[in-house]
Design a protein around this ligand. Structure first.
Ligand code: NAD
Length: 363
């Protein structure tokens, strides 16, 4: 199959980790007889420097013309001036809007090899953790009417969802659950919010088309608690923009390894999706061969799975990552006992990690 991928290295460690993901994608292409063509896109702080705009239309157009988009990270202290008209992070909002992606899929996985990084007690995490959080991305309170009274003594923000917006995201959660453990938890605040009650109504109606998937409901306050009390009960969590924003960060902290977590932002399938690690541009370690590229490599696996429908190829990457971890190879962020890993000669950098994953795929 021939596919084009728009590559947005971005800022900080973005280029470091995207390079490694490309290495891995090239190995997959070779093994499975595909051809991936890459289009370089400039966005974020580097685009402010080059064009005076974090996401010029010309760069967004390159993304829109591609079959999928892989992003490293954007931002950094160089562009942190609060008085500046633009921020690198504006590129992220521009990409989401321009690509019309409405669902953010964030797996929160504890790799058994990295169990010690999890801040929860061993008896709580049991055999590990594998949750998929499906967050609505383009509606709700972040996009509702924001109002501040003339006197500045009261303000309001509107939480608004249409049936159509809820339907498309809940449907996506059911479809994802079919490929997993067939359980969807709708997280809301239906005891108080009318909008949440509409979410429940729509989800209950849709669930009739997915008889093999169990649907249950949880209030968001309880969900926040259950994530640290008994995370093993969850398979797919589907929720609104704001609740998803908060819960997905909580879930990522539980895994203890920010350098391991990928994400996908997808739309109705008619255009490219946006795939990126959940971490930022980590300016403290950029260009030093210290960044863990696995989150970006795993984002590339999601890209193959969701945009190209290449399930075997995605699994091939995920298995290779597991094998590298089984063999004890670690970047510093996931080393745990750094001195012990050094003594064993298993401490490696960004490039070596990318090489090892590629080699396993090549063999
Ligand atoms: P960050 O995720 O960049 O870094 C947090 C900590 O985690 C740092 O100590 C960093 O060294 C470490 N870290 C992150 N990714 C790592 C990796 N792959 N391997 C090893 N260690 C890793 O978050 P921050 O410091 O809050 O933000 C830095 C910049 O990134 C800011 O400008 C912020 O706005 C931006 N940011 C961008 C995105 C994005 O592009 N999607 C997301 C979050 C933050």
């Amino acid at each position: 199959m021939e596919k084009t991928i728009a590559l947005i290295p971005g800022d900080g460690i973005g280029p470091d980790v995207v390079n490694e993901a490309v290495k891995v994608l090239d190995s997959v292409a070779k093994k499975f007889g595909h051809r991936f063509e890459y289009r370089a896109v400039v966005a974020g702080g580097t685009a402010i420097d080059k064009f005076g705009d974090p996401l010029p239309q010309s760069q967004l157009d390159l993304c829109l013309k591609a079959d999928s988009v892989l992003l490293g990270a954007v931002g950094g202290p160089k562009w942190d001036n609060p008085d500046s008209a633009f921020r690198p992070e504006d590129a992220l909002l521009g990409l989401r809007k321009g690509l019309k992606v409405f669902a953010n899929l964030r797996p929160a996985v504890i790799f058994p090899q990295l169990k010690k990084a999890c801040p929860l007690k061993e008896e709580i995490i049991g055999d590990g953790l594998d949750i998929l959080i499906v967050r609505e991305l383009t509606g709700g309170i972040y996009f509702g009417k924001h109002f501040l009274s003339d006197e500045g003594d009261w303000a309001s923000d509107e939480e608004k969802y249409s049936r159509k917006e809820i339907e498309r995201i809940v449907k996506l959660a059911f479809e994802a659950a079919l490929l997993r453990n067939k359980k969807v938890t709708l997280v809301d605040k239906a005891n108080i919010l009318t909008s949440s009650r509409l979410w429940r109504k729509v989800a209950a109606e849709l669930s009739k088309a997915y008889p093999s998937v169990e649907l249950n409901y949880l209030y968001v306050d309880n969900a926040a608690m259950q994530l640290v009390r008994n995370p093993g009960q969850f398979d797919v969590i589907v929720t609104s923009n704001m609740f998803g924003d908060i819960l997905s960060d909580e879930a990522s902290q539980i895994t203890g390894s920010i350098g391991m977590l990928p994400s996908a932002s997808i739309g109705d399938g008619s255009g490219p999706g946006l795939y990126e690690p959940i971490h930022g541009s980590a300016p403290d370690i950029s260009g030093k061969n210290l960044a863990n590229p696995l989150a970006t490599i795993l984002s590339a696996a999601m890209l193959l799975r969701y945009d190209f429908k290449m399930e075997d190829e995605a699994l091939c990457i995920e298995k290779a990552v597991n094998l590298v971890l089984d063999e004890g190879w670690r970047t510093a962020d996931i080393a745990g006992d750094l001195e012990a890993v050094k003594r064993e000669g298993k401490l490696i950098g960004t490039k070596e990690m990318g090489d090892l994953v590629s080699q396993i795929i090549n063999n």
